[in-house]
Design a protein around this ligand. Sequence first.
Ligand SMILES: NC(=O)c1ccc[n+]([C@@H]2O[C@H](COP(=O)([O-])OP(=O)(O)OC[C@H]3O[C@@H](n4cnc5c(N)ncnc54)[C@H](OP(=O)(O)O)[C@@H]3O)[C@@H](O)[C@H]2O)c1
Length: 145
Amino acid sequence: MSRIVVIGATGHVGSYLIPRLVEAGHNVVAVSRGIRDPYRTDAAWQHVERVALDRDAGDADGSFAPAIAGLGADIVVDMMCFTEDSAAQLVEALRGRVDLLVSCGTIWVHGTAVAVPTTETDARRPFGEYGVGKAAIEKLLLAES
Ligand SMILES: NC(=O)c1ccc[n+]([C@@H]2O[C@H](COP(=O)([O-])OP(=O)(O)OC[C@H]3O[C@@H](n4cnc5c(N)ncnc54)[C@H](OP(=O)(O)O)[C@@H]3O)[C@@H](O)[C@H]2O)c1
């Protein structure tokens, strides 16, 4: 059993991920602002510790990453990272304190697909704030790995 902190836990992905982690026997901490409820009701949520934090505000004043580090996770799953600076703050705060940091990326790091299926080894030509930001996060995390 691991203590797993999921940042952005009640969205498209987290709504389904959290119950699966609980059912797998993990101690799960769900971080979000507390504005959205999970898409599906599931009894597993009764066993989840909910923590209200705002990533944007906390990144701006430097409090978010230390707050995540203070949750004492073995594993952090980051579903809500969109800038290199945000990723770097989290990496620094978690360095040496967790076994694993999982960051959710996107196929948009590749830009316009030139082959289907696009694989991880294909060229990265991201465009737009979202794709460029996710590609920068990926580069940072791969260099740290
Ligand atoms: N959905 C897709 O089709 C798709 C495709 C490719 C990649 N991805 C990637 O998957 C990841 C997760 O996406 P998703 O679709 O699951 O997201 P989502 O449905 O937008 O869910 C966002 C989650 O983060 C929380 N949140 C939003 N703003 C926050 C903030 N400032 N501070 C703390 N929590 C915040 C939301 O709850 P509150 O509003 O209550 O805070 C919610 O739990 C992203 O990194 C995205 O790039 C998604």
